[in-house]
Design a protein around this ligand. Structure first.
Ligand SMILES: [Zn+2]
Length: 81
């Protein structure tokens, strides 16, 4: 039986941060595939955001890049956006 690939959210957040920095030179209006930052380790969906959108939204406390219908489930002191 195949073991499904799991990616802990903390890892996804790190990868997103690295990706964001690595694409510094790109056009800020060009969409980038970020990992969905929901609490599911089995989720490997991508969320397309421009660097600008990612930066703007990331500045809001509690915001996470989420695929449609996905929710942040980690305990961070907030539940619904
Ligand atoms: Zn997800």
């Amino acid at each position: 039986m195949m073991t499904p690939a799991t990616v802990p959210t903390s890892h996804k957040l790190r990868v997103n941060g690295l990706m964001r920095r690595g694409l510094e030179a790109l056009d800020p209006s060009r969409p980038i595939a970020f990992f969905c930052e929901c609490g599911s380790a089995g989720c490997s969906q991508t969320v397309w955001l421009t660097r600008q959108e990612y930066d703007e939204r990331k500045a809001s406390p509690g915001w996470a890049a989420l695929a449609p219908g996905h929710r942040r489930t980690e305990q961070r002191g907030w539940a619904a956006a």
